[in-house]
Design a protein around this ligand. Structure first.
Ligand code: SAH
Ligand code: SF4
Length: 394
């Protein structure tokens, strides 16, 4: 049995409550689920199948949120749909733009949960950094999100909703294969995606559907801090690129900075990487390595990293991430010369090890800086508030 807590921090699943108006949000449902919802509301099987196909196209290819604009659906049926269903979007609480063009949105779910998403424009691509949970149970010591007390898994609808909202904001409807601003997705926002496996999988399947958002699996990367038992399943059932937050090469240091290491150690993690379905030289696994001064940044660490990647024959590239500070963080970023020396050792061994330029630091949008105000209430406080609300309803 798994015991939630510091080392075995499986979030207690909390279902997102139904909408107050009783309507069903179609965003986040698979085609089959839309069909079933329509049939459940009274359409016969043939109609339900046809309408599901049409709705899918309007929702994910055209970005339409109003049934009245769906010209191939009978006028008389549009209000019938609107009474029972919605095509929702997360509420935007704030939207900020960094001096380097990075954008951050604070979003709010129907039940008042806050989470963030970030858009990072580059010359040749635009990357949306998507959250999978409100907060994170894993408490990596260098990560601001890990200090949030409140955690709830996001639903598939809330995960896809981030992509829909970004597309709205960028004016990228209808969906087309060429000339897009939003070209890539990274599951690197708040949360550990492999602790919310089903919802992340269902959301990414929707994002990859060719008649909808149509982002290729080669342009999607899922980052995990090392949830070993879910990695093979992720490769088989989702099939996107894998990034692994390694950050240290000894048990002592990784235990300290990524506490999940006490459960799934480095060797076990690297073996799971070696076994990851679909990884090869054309599709390498990315190893993320945050540069912490005097903690994990010595020449010896760099040489040990090379040895480990060779030992497991990993088709690897290493992303060196300068530590992004946050108020009260217990670490400092390594000096630029140290990061360069580390990078050179890895490069000289024939493994690509670029140093990432931090993006959006001025608006707290860089890696590890995401943390919404939701932490101000603890799980216990929220449970108490929910009980009070129920009691008030009588
Ligand atoms: N939970 C997943 C994905 C989200 S974090 C994971 O940990 O992989 C995305 C990346 O940012 C991870 O590699 C994470 O370790 C890194 N990160 C977290 N805090 C950071 C910080 N303060 N500075 C730089 N990178 C950080
Ligand atoms: Fe969670 Fe990733 Fe932050 Fe660790 S680095 S606390 S796994 S979001």
């Amino acid at each position: 049995m798994q015991i939630p807590g510091h080392i075995d921090p499986v979030p207690v699943p909390r279902a997102a409550p139904a909408r107050a108006d009783g309507r069903v949000d179609l965003v986040g449902l698979s085609k089959a689920e839309i069909r079933a919802a329509l049939a459940g509301a009274g359409l016969d099987e043939r109609q339900a199948k046809l309408r599901a196909k049409q709705l899918w196209h309007w929702i994910y290819n055209r970005g339409v949120t109003d049934f009245a604009l769906m010209t191939d659906i009978a006028k008389a049926q549009q209000p019938w749909l609107a009474e029972r269903f919605v095509i929702g979007r997360p509420d935007v609480v704030t939207a900020q733009v960094s001096t380097d063009g990075t954008r951050k949105w604070l979003l709010r779910s129907d039940d008042g949960q806050d989470y963030e998403m970030v858009f990072i424009p580059d010359a040749d691509r635009g990357t949306l950094c998507v959250s999978s949970q409100v907060g994170c149970t894993l408490n990596c010591r260098f990560c601001h999100t890990g200090t949030m007390r409140l955690v709830r898994n996001l639903t598939a609808g809330e995960i896809v909703g981030q992509v829909m909202l970004a597309r709205d904001g960028l004016g990228e409807w209808p969906s087309q294969p060429d000339g897009r601003l939003l070209t890539n997705i990274v599951m690197m926002g708040m949360g550990e995606p492999l602790y919310n496996f089903e919802q992340v999988r269902d959301a990414l399947r929707i994002v990859m559907d060719g008649d909808g958002l149509a982002l290729s699996k080669r342009r999607i990367t899922l980052s995990t801090s090392g949830v070993v038992p879910k990695m093979a399943q992720a490769g088989e059932e989702i099939g996107v690129n894998l990034a692994v937050s390694l950050h240290a090469v000894t048990k002592e240091i990784r235990d300290e900075i990524v506490p999940l290491n006490r459960k799934y150690g480095i060797e076990e993690l690297l073996q799971a990487c070696a076994d990851y379905p679909g990884a090869n030289n054309a599709r390498r696994i990315t190893f993320e390595y945050v540069m912490l001064k005097d903690k994990n940044d010595s020449d010896e660490d760099a040489r040990e990293l090379v040895r480990l990647l060779r030992k497991y024959k990993l088709p690897a590239k290493v992303n060196l991430i300068p530590f992004n500070p946050w108020p009260g963080a217990p670490y400092e970023c390594s000096d630029p010369e140290r990061i360069r020396a580390f990078s050179n050792i890895v490069f000289e061994a024939g493994i690509s090890a670029p140093i990432r330029t931090p993006r959006g630091r001025d608006i707290m949008a860089a890696c590890g800086q995401l943390k919404s105000a939701a932490e101000k209430k603890s799980r216990a406080e929220l449970d108490r508030l929910a009980e009070e609300k129920l009691a008030a309803l009588g």
